[in-house]
Ligand binder design. Structure first.
Ligand SMILES: NC(=O)C1=CN([C@@H]2O[C@H](COP(=O)(O)OP(=O)(O)OC[C@H]3O[C@@H](n4cnc5c(N)ncnc54)[C@H](O)[C@@H]3O)[C@@H](O)[C@H]2O)C=CC1
Ligand SMILES: O=C(CO)COP(=O)(O)O
Ligand SMILES: [Zn+2]
Length: 347
C-alpha cells in the first residue's frame, strides 16, 4: 500500500474574541519577525484590524494586503510582496483564506487561517479553490498550521454566510454517494474513514437544522467545528472527494454561467437537492433541512435565472471530468435537466 500524507493544523482556537490572541498564538507557534496579513475590503474592520493589533503587541512586523478575488493573478500579487515574511495570516471569507493558503504554499512558508465567517469548509483543508482560465476547482495546497475562529465575529456575520456553510456541509451527502458510485463502477480508491467523518458531519448539521440560529454562540461553534471536520475528511482523503461531487460540479458550472453567482455553499445546497434525486435518494429531506437553515432551495432564492440552472445542469459533467459522479460521462440532456429541476421545485 503506498504511503499517504495527512496534513492537519497543529492548533485550532475556537471561541469568543480569540482573534485578540492572534499575536500570542503565532508566537507560541514559534513564529517571529515579518508577518503578512491578507484580508478583504469588508473584513479589514471586522477582523483584520484586531489581528494586526494583536500581532504588533507581540512585536511582529506586520504588512497588510487587501484582495478582491481568488484568482491565480491575485495569488501571484501576494507572493510578490513576500521577502523575509515568515508567516501569512488570512482573515476573511473563503476567497481570502484560499488566496492566503495558496500564496503561502507557493512561497514555502506557513499560513494561519482566521475565518470571519463559517461559510465554507476550506477553513482548515489542505486545498485552495483558485480561479484560473480552466475554472475554479480546488488545488492541492498546505493545510493551515493554525486556525483562529472567533465565534463572536462569526456569529455576528450575516446569517446568510452561516447557512451557506451549513449547506456546503449538507452537500457531503451526494459527494459521498458519488464517491461510492465511482468506487463501484471505476474501482476508484475510497476511504471509509474520510467518508464516515464527512457523513457524520453532514448528519450533525441536518440534525441541528432547526436549532441553528443567527447570533447564537453555540450555532457558530457547531458550524465551525463541522466545517473543520469536513476539512479534516478532505485531508484524510487527500482530495475534496468527501465534500465535492456532482453537486459541486453544478455549482462550479453556475459560477461560469450566472451573471451574479450566489454563495458557494448556497449553490452547492441546491445542487444537492437535485443530485440526491438523481441518486434516487430522499431529496425532500435535504430540501426541508436546507429550508429550516434558511439556505436557498430554488433558483428564485438563489437569485439565479432558471435558464442558468438548466445550462449549469447540462454543463456540470464537463467540470473536472476525471471525477466520476452520477452525472456520468455524458451528463444530463436538456429535457432531463428541465425535468429534474421542475420535479425538485428548483425552477
Ligand atoms: N479550499 C477549500 O477547501 C474550499 C474553498 N471554498 C471556496 O471558498 C469560496 C466561498 O467562500 P465564501 O466565504 O462563501 O465567499 P467569499 O470569500 O466571497 O465571502 C463572501 C462574502 O462574505 C464577506 N464576509 C466574510 N466574513 C464576513 C463577516 N464576518 N461579516 C460580513 N461579511 C463577511 C466577504 O467579505 C465576502 O464579501 C469559494 O471560492 C469556494 O470555492 C469552498 C469550500 C472549500
Ligand atoms: O468546495 C469544496 C468542498 O466543500 C472544494 O470542492 P472543489 O474541489 O470542487 O473545489
Ligand atoms: Zn464546497
Amino acid at each position: 500500500m503506498d504511503s499517504k500524507k495527512i496534513q492537519m493544523p497543529r492548533e485550532v482556537h475556537i471561541g469568543a474574541d480569540v482573534i485578540d490572541n492572534t499575536g500570542s498564538i503565532c508566537k507560541d507557534l514559534r513564529f517571529y519577525g515579518e508577518v503578512l496579513v491578507v484580508t478583504g475590503p469588508n473584513t479589514l474592520k471586522i477582523g483584520a484590524d484586531k489581528a494586526i493589533e494583536s500581532l504588533e503587541n507581540e512585536d511582529f512586523e506586520v504588512d497588510l494586503s487587501k484582495i478582491n478575488d481568488a484568482t491565480s493573478k491575485t495569488v501571484k500579487k501576494i507572493e510578490d510582496k513576500l521577502n523575509n515574511t515568515s508567516l501569512i495570516v488570512g482573515v476573511g471569507g473563503g476567497k481570502v483564506i484560499d488566496v492566503a493558503k495558496m500564496a503561502a504554499t507557493n512561497a514555502g512558508i506557513y499560513f494561519v487561517s482566521v475565518p470571519t465567517a463559517a461559510s465554507h469548509d476550506g477553513i482548515a483543508s489542505p486545498l485552495a479553490s483558485i480561479k484560473n482560465n480552466k475554472g475554479s476547482v480546488s488545488m492541492t495546497a498546505q493545510a493551515p498550521i493554525g486556525v483562529i475562529a472567533d465565534t463572536n465575529i462569526i456569529r455576528n456575520a450575516p446569517f446568510r454566510l452561516l447557512s451557506a456553510g451549513c449547506a456546503d456541509i449538507v452537500s457531503n451527502y451526494t459527494a459521498i454517494k458519488d464517491w461510492q458510485l465511482a468506487n463501484r463502477l471505476q474501482n476508484e480508491s475510497y476511504s471509509e474513514s474520510a467518508a464516515a467523518l464527512s457523513l457524520m458531519t453532514a448528519k450533525l448539521i441536518m440534525k441541528s437544522s432547526k436549532s441553528i440560529k443567527k447570533g447564537l454562540e453555540e450555532s457558530a461553534r457547531l458550524v465551525v467545528k463541522s466545517l473543520f471536520s469536513s476539512g479534516m475528511a478532505i485531508s484524510i482523503a487527500g482530495s475534496s472527494r468527501p465534500a465535492s461531487g456532482s453537486e459541486h460540479k453544478f455549482s462550479h458550472a453556475l459560477d461560469k454561467i450566472a451573471k451574479k453567482p450566489a454563495l458557494h455553499g448556497e449553490q452547492c445546497g441546491v445542487g444537492t437537492i437535485m443530485m440526491m434525486s438523481l441518486h434516487g435518494g430522499d431529496w425532500e429531506v435535504i430540501k426541508n433541512a436546507l429550508h429550516d437553515m434558511n439556505a436557498p432551495t430554488n433558483a428564485y432564492e438563489l437569485g439565479i435565472d432558471p435558464d442558468d440552472i438548466i445550462e449549469a445542469l447540462i454543463m456540470a459533467h464537463k467540470i473536472r471530468p476525471e471525477r466520476y459522479t452520477i452525472l456520468g460521462d455524458r451528463g444530463l440532456s436538456r429535457d432531463a435537466a428541465k425535468k429534474l429541476a421542475i420535479k425538485t421545485g428548483v425552477i
